[in-house]
Design a protein around this ligand. Structure first.
Ligand SMILES: NC(=O)c1ccc[n+]([C@@H]2O[C@H](COP(=O)([O-])OP(=O)(O)OC[C@H]3O[C@@H](n4cnc5c(N)ncnc54)[C@H](OP(=O)(O)O)[C@@H]3O)[C@@H](O)[C@H]2O)c1
Length: 202
């Protein structure tokens, strides 16, 4: 059994991750603190440091937070880009940079991207771009990690549980159950792979 920190545990993707990690000791965190053990804002370096200082050493970190703004490219403002980049790209990179002092040898970071990085749809340019960037980050940073620490990204298609929210903007996509995506999180946490993008598509 490992001790696993799951950030964004109360969201749809967080619940998918939890479904594959039930055999581990889980510590949860989100920004509001509602339904989670700890509060953290992944867009704040100070907040991330406080979280890791509070919980101490762990075996794995799973992040499912990545806030995205949706608009056409020509309508997307500079502020909307920065909000998305601060969360889905820099927030996730900071989890790895700050958290690496606290994850035990051979432990892992599992981050989130999304299928829109390879299957573009209208209005999702910021989600797609930051998803692609975090995948490149994981592939490259894996070579720099100390003490055998591993970094992977889960790239799921839309969840069945989220179809009500995203289905209308994703015609022709086939949703997958959260439990299937949970298996990919398990493969990242319990396996030995690093620098990988684990795609879960139908
Ligand atoms: N849902 C899908 O079908 C799907 C498919 C592929 C990829 N994705 C990707 O997965 C990611 C999460 O999506 P989701 O559907 O799970 O979203 P969601 O249901 O809205 O959940 C977001 C979670 O993150 C927490 N959170 C929000 N901002 C935070 C912050 N700054 N710091 C810490 N915690 C924060 C929320 O908790 P509080 O608000 O209570 O703090 C909640 O637990 C997104 O990047 C999305 O693109 C989703």
């Amino acid at each position: 059994m490992k001790t696993v920190l799951v950030i964004g545990s109360t969201g749809s993707m967080g619940k998918a991750a939890l479904s594959g990690l039930s055999h581990h000791k889980i510590i949860t965190a989100n920004r509001s603190g509602n339904g989670a053990d700890h509060t953290v804002d992944i867009t704040s370096e100070a907040s991330l440091r406080k979280l890791f200082d509070t919980i101490g050493n762990i075996d794995a970190v799973v992040n499912t937070v990545g806030y995205c703004e949706y608009a056409t490219f020509l309508e997307m403002t500079d502020q909307q880009w920065r909000t998305t980049i601060d969360s889905k790209l820099i927030g996730q990179m900071n989890i790895v940079r700050i958290g690496s002092d606290y994850v035990t040898e051979g432990g892992s970071f599992t981050l989130i991207s999304g299928i829109l990085s390879v299957k573009p749809i209208p209005f999702a340019i910021a989600d797609a771009t930051t998803s692609g960037a975090i995948e490149t980050f994981a592939k490259c940073v894996a070579f720099e990690m100390p003490r055998g620490l591993r970094v992977n990204v889960i790239n799921p298609t839309v969840l069945e549980e989220s179809w009500d929210v995203y289905g209308e903007m994703m015609p022709g996509f086939q949703p997958v159950p959260a439990t299937l995506v949970g298996k990919a999180f398990q493969r990242s946490v319990d396996g030995f792979i690093s620098g990988q993008v684990l795609t879960v598509d139908a």
